[in-house]
Design a protein around this ligand. Sequence first.
Ligand SMILES: NC(=O)c1ccc[n+]([C@@H]2O[C@H](COP(=O)([O-])OP(=O)(O)OC[C@H]3O[C@@H](n4cnc5c(N)ncnc54)[C@H](OP(=O)(O)O)[C@@H]3O)[C@@H](O)[C@H]2O)c1
Length: 367
Amino acid sequence: MIFQAQITDALAIIGLASSLLVVTSMAKLLIALKRHGDFGSAITSRPPRDAYKSKVFWITGASSGIGQALALHLSSNYDGVKLILSARRRDVLDEVASKCKKLGATDVKVLQLDLADHASLPSVANEALSLFGRVDVLMNNGGVSTRSFARNMGFGTDKFVMDVNCLSYVCLTKALLPSWEGPVKEGHDFGRSVPTIINTSSIAGKVGAPVRTAYCAAKHAIHGWFDAFRIEQGLIGDPINVTNVVLGSTKTDVARNALTTSSTTTFGSSDANIENGLEPDFVVGRVLAAAYAGQAEMWVAPRKELLLLYLTQYVPTTARKVWAKAGVQYAVEKIRRTSFTVATAVRRTSFTATKAIRRASFKCVES
Ligand SMILES: NC(=O)c1ccc[n+]([C@@H]2O[C@H](COP(=O)([O-])OP(=O)(O)OC[C@H]3O[C@@H](n4cnc5c(N)ncnc54)[C@H](OP(=O)(O)O)[C@@H]3O)[C@@H](O)[C@H]2O)c1
């Protein structure tokens, strides 16, 4: 009898726990869809204005899009922040730096780098450390997407995309690691807090998205490497906050700069998803809130993409079907574009032909 009562109690507890789980999941989804961001990122509040006083941010990919937006956002919304801005285009970085200074950043330095050139990165990292004596927050953000079927893309491009979007993040992290470990050096304590790494991943880091094979591989790898690394650092007693940012379509030059068949040919135009994407300033605000709250991962994306992410998490088989459809849609769009080009060519040719015939017949009449 007693045994039966215990079973009934256990079943009641399981029932209650399952209902709670369903209710929380639904609440998470609703909040997420309302705010374009997952539950964690949607409820974290903005860090206080003095949160980054005297903190040194090193931002890669600062010449454009999300990196640039972060630099400007930090400069205007936080007191006493120090910035190191990196990318390949020095002239553009100089312009961003002067905007940051006007907006109130305490000190801004420009440090040119090429994320594909791994051999140079350790010495660039040393240079970064020498600028302010340390780096508190490393924003691994520089990157390049793709818009090409894998079968049309040379292996060199696969490697290049993985080098830039993932291995460079590992390389810079390893180069800074000695400065973050061990006892605080005399005169360099700065009330030293746990260092932070923010990695810009993507929805392509969670699902396989067509025409972005190498990009997907690189972004997925960020999660694997840095999730393991975060645990290791905790185990050895030198913790590092790592926030992996799963980002959906955001209005930047990412599609325009995306590589197609080789590492020198770019897509050259934006696409509808990116054009209708989130504002970079909104995105970086959420990123900072998540990193400040010590979140290991945060999602911020337009509603439809967020819904796909939730589907991928909870019902992966259905999600794969939806993604496959997205692939079909891409093919349809490509065919539409091709036929448009063909139609234009035909129209132009027939126009030229008509003109030529008209001229020829004129000549006939005249002679
Ligand atoms: N926008 C989106 O919808 C979206 C979605 C998910 C994830 N992301 C990720 O967000 C990050 C930023 O991209 P974005 O959207 O801001 O695109 P973006 O406007 O094209 O900016 C890319 C940045 O990366 C830098 N970069 C590219 N290749 C580099 C290299 N070899 N060495 C050094 N810097 C390099 C570029 O600077 P230089 O050309 O001056 O070198 C630029 O500052 C990327 O990691 C991207 O994958 C974007």
